[in-house]
Ligand binder design. Sequence first.
Ligand code: OAD
Length: 305
Amino acid sequence: RQKLTQYNTIDDAVDLLRKSHNIMVITGAGISTSLGIPDFRSKGTGFYDKVRGLGYETGEEVFDIDNFDGNPNIFYNLAGDILPDQQRFSPTHGFLRLLQDKSRLQTNYTQNIDNLERLAGIDEERLIQCHGSFATASCRKCHNEVPGEDIFGDIRAKRVARCKLCAENLAKQPMKKQKAFKLRKNDWEDSSDDDSAYDVPEAGVMKPDITFFGEQLPNNFFERFTDRDAKTVDLVVVIGTSLKVAPVSEMPNHLPHNVPHIFISREPIKHVTFDIQLLGDCDHVVYELCRRAGWALKHEMIPPN
Ligand code: OAD
C-alpha cells in the first residue's frame, strides 16, 4: 500500500476522525499496559521476555497448542501474569467507547484476550476478539464450555484445571476408572511394574478460549472482515500493537487503497505503510485527539488540567 499524501499531521488525524462514520479500530496489548497488564514483545517488560527460559526457548511457545496438549503445566504456571484481575479499563478503551457513542465505530478488532473492551461497553456486535479471550474456557477432551471465571482460581494457583463434566462422567462409570490393560506386543511378559501398560482415564484439561498458535481464529473474524468491513470502512486506526501476528497483521493491507490508515503506538512499524503515525503513549495520544476534536474523553486515569 502507498501512503495517501494529503494526510500527515495530528490535525489531519482529527479531521479524519470527525468526518468518518465507519471506523475500523485494530487494537493490541499496548492499550492495556497502563493498567499494569504486560504486553508481549516490549523489551524488558513484555510477557515473552519474562517467560523466556521458564520452560520454552521463545515466549510464543507458551501459546502453541501442541505444547499445551503435551504439557499444560507450563501454561498454567505462567498464565496468571496475563489474567486480568481488575475491573478497570484504560483511557484508550474509553476512546473506543466514545467512538461508539458518536456512531463512528464500525468494528473493533482486538487481539487482546483481557476482555476489557466488554467492560468499557463496546457492543458485542462491534467487537471481534480475534484471539479469543479468557471470558470462557473449554475442555480439550469433551469440549464442555464454562465461564472463564470457573478456572481463574486454578490459573492463579498455578494448577492445571480439569473438566468437572468429564470428572462427573468418569465417576458414574467406576469400571472405566480402573487401570485398563493396553494391548502390547510382548503380552506374555509381566507388565505389572510398567506404567506404560496402563491407560488411566482422566478428566480433560480445561483451556481458556484464547486462540493458540495453530488454532483457527473465530469464524466471525473472517466473515465480518471480508463480507462487510473490507468493503465499507472509511478509516482504519491501529493502536498499541506490533502487528507481528498474522492474519491481523495483514488486515491493513487488505483494505481499499483510498481508506486512510492511522497508527498510534510507542514504536514505529515499517512493514505496513500508514498515512499518519502518532507515536507515544496511546492514552495520551487519544486524549489529545479528543481535545483537538472538541470531544470530552472522561476517565479517572486522565490527570485533571
Ligand atoms: P505486542 O507486545 O507485540 O505489541 C504491543 C505494542 O504496543 C508494542 O509495540 C509496544 O511498544 C506498544 N505499547 C505498549 N504499551 C503502550 C502504550 N501504553 N501506548 C502505546 N503503545 C504501547 O502485542 P500485540 O501486538 O498485541 O497472541 O501482540 C499480538 C499477539 O501476539 C497477541 O494477541 C498474543 C501474542 O502472541 C495471543 O495471545 C494468542
